[in-house]
Design a protein around this ligand. Structure first.
Ligand code: DSN
Length: 411
C-alpha cells in the first residue's frame, strides 16, 4: 500500500493497526470472516470508478462492456452455486436486499411476520426501531420457551391469526437447522409470500450442509461476507416470475449505481465457493463450533438449545452468574472478539444481555481445527473467570498471540 502510505499516512496507519489486530486476535464474531486476497483485489480494483446504473446490456451509462461481464459472471456463478432461477447481485448489503423484497411483497402498513431480534432474528425482520417495524405492521414469532427451538405450531398459529402478506424465515443468532419446507407450507396456508434470509448460513446452504430454501421460498436474500466469505454486500434470489420485480425494486426502486467493484468481488467469492475446498471448509466450521460448544458445556456453561448444527452458538452466562457485557469485555481484554447476545426471553437489557454469541467461520478460515478449539475453550473460560487477575489476563493474551502466529489470516 505504498500509495496510501504516501498520500494518507493517518489512514494507512489505521489500516495497519486493524490488520495487526485481526492477525493477533481471535475472531469469534459469527458474522465475520476473512475474505480472500483475490476478493480484496477485486474490491480494490478500477471497477470502483465505474457508474453502471441498470443491468448488463441495458445501462444508463456508456463504457459498461467490461463491468457487464463482471455482473453476468456474478449472476451466473451465484445461480449455479444455489440452483436459483434468478439472482440480483446489486444490493449493497443485506438490509436493502430485504427492503426490496418487502417493497415487492407488501404495501406500506401491510403485515409482515419475522423472528424477534431478542430470540435470534434480525433487526430488518420487523423490529420496531427498524424501517421493517415502522413501515409495516410487524408480528414477531419467538422460540419455544422449553426447547428454545423454532416452534412451528406457534408460527402457524400466529400466521393464521394475523394473516401476514410476507413471512420471513432466517436468523442471526439461532444455532439449529431451520425447516424451510415447513415455513413454505405455513406461508401457503395463509397465502403469504415466503422470504428466507440466509445471510448467516449462506456458505452452509451453498455446500449442502444446511437444507436449501431455494426450492421453497419466493425470495431468498443473503449477505455475501459471512459464511460465504466474500466481500461485504447483499444479493436476492427469486423465482423467474419475480425477476423483473426484484430488479426494478433494487434499481431504480432503492438504489442508484451498483458497486461494480463489489459485484466483481462477489463473482470471485462465488467462484471460490464452487470449489471442493469450500465444502471441506464449511464442514470444519460446523465441527469447530460443535467442539467448542461441547467444551464449554463440559466446563459448566449452558449452551442455548444444548448445542449447534451450524457455525454458531449462544452461551448463557447466567450459568456462571455473569452477563454478556462483562464476558465480552473480559474476552476483549485477552484478544478474543465475540458479540454479546440476548438469550431467549432474556430479562437483561439488550445493551447488557445474558449471553455471548460465538461463531467459527473466521478462525476456521485461518486453518484452526478441533485441537485449537479446545485451547480456545480454555482461554475463554480463564479469561472470563480470572478477569480480575491482571497477571493471568496478560498471560492468556500472550498465549493467544502465540496461537495466532501459527495461523496467519493471510497465510
Ligand atoms: N449484524 C449481523 C450479525 O452480526 O449477525 C447481521 O446483520
Amino acid at each position: 500500500m505504498s500509495f496510501l502510505k504516501n498520500v494518507d499516512p493517518e489512514i494507512f496507519s489505521v489500516i495497519n493497526d486493524e490488520t495487526n489486530r485481526q492477525e493477533t486476535t481471535i475472531d469469534l464474531i459469527a458474522s465475520e470472516n476473512y475474505a480472500s486476497k483475490a476478493v480484496m483485489e477485486a474490491t480494490g480494483s478500477t471497477l470502483t470508478n465505474k457508474y453502471a446504473e441498470g443491468y448488463p446490456g441495458k445501462r444508463y451509462y456508456g463504457g459498461c462492456e467490461f463491468v457487464d461481464k463482471a455482473e453476468e459472471l456474478a449472476r451466473e456463478r451465484c445461480k449455479k452455486l444455489f440452483g436459483a432461477e434468478h439472482v440480483n447481485v446489486q444490493p449493497h448489503a443485506g438490509s436493502p436486499a430485504n427492503m426490496a423484497v418487502y417493497y415487492i411483497a407488501c404495501n406500506l402498513g401491510d403485515t409482515i411476520m419475522g423472528m424477534s431480534l431478542a430470540e435470534g432474528g434480525h433487526l430488518t425482520h420487523g423490529h420496531k426501531v427498524n424501517f421493517s417495524g415502522k413501515l409495516y405492521s410487524s408480528v414477531q414469532y419467538t422460540v419455544n420457551k422449553e426447547t428454545e427451538l423454532l416452534d412451528y405450531d406457534q408460527i402457524r398459529k400466529l400466521a393464521h391469526e394475523y394473516k401476514p402478506k410476507l413471512i420471513i424465515a432466517g436468523a442471526s443468532a439461532y444455532s439449529r437447522a431451520i425447516d424451510f419446507k415447513k415455513f413454505s407450507e405455513i406461508a401457503k396456508e395463509v397465502n403469504a409470500y415466503l422470504m428466507t434470509d440466509i445471510a448467516h448460513i449462506a456458505g452452509l446452504v451453498a455446500t449442502g450442509l444446511h437444507e436449501s430454501p431455494v426450492p421453497y421460498a419466493d425470495f431468498v436474500t443473503s449477505t455475501t461476507h459471512k459464511t460465504l466469505r466474500g466481500p461485504r454486500g447483499g444479493l436476492i434470489m427469486c423465482k423467474k416470475e419475480f425477476a423483473e420485480k426484484v430488479d426494478k425494486a433494487i434499481m431504480p426502486g432503492l438504489q442508484g449505481g451498483p458497486f461494480m467493484n463489489s459485484i466483481a468481488a462477489k463473482a470471485v467469492a462465488f467462484h471460490e465457493a464452487l470449489q471442493p475446498a469450500f465444502k471441506a471448509y464449511q464442514k470444519q466450521v460446523i465441527a469447530n463450533a460443535q467442539t467448542m460448544a461441547k467444551g464449554l458445556q463440559e466446563l459448566g456453561y449452558r449452551i442455548v438449545t444444548g448445542g449447534t448444527d451450524n457455525h454458531l452458538f449462544i452461551v448463557d452466562l447466567r450459568s456462571k452468574s455473569l452477563n454478556g457485557q462483562i464476558a465480552e469485555k473480559a474476552l476483549d481484554a485477552v484478544g478474543i472478539s465475540v458479540s454479546r447476545s440476548c438469550v431467549p426471553f432474556d430479562t437483561q437489557a439488550p445493551w447488557i444481555t445474558s449471553g455471548i454469541r460465538i461463531g467459527t467461520p473466521a478462525i476456521t478460515t485461518r486453518g484452526m481445527k478441533e485441537v485449537e478449539m479446545q485451547h480456545i475453550v480454555q482461554f475463554i473460560d480463564e479469561a472470563i473467570m480470572q478477569r480480575d487477575n491482571t497477571q493471568r489476563v496478560a498471560m492468556i493474551k500472550d498465549a493467544i498471540a502465540k496461537l495466532c502466529k501459527k495461523f496467519h489470516i493471510y497465510g
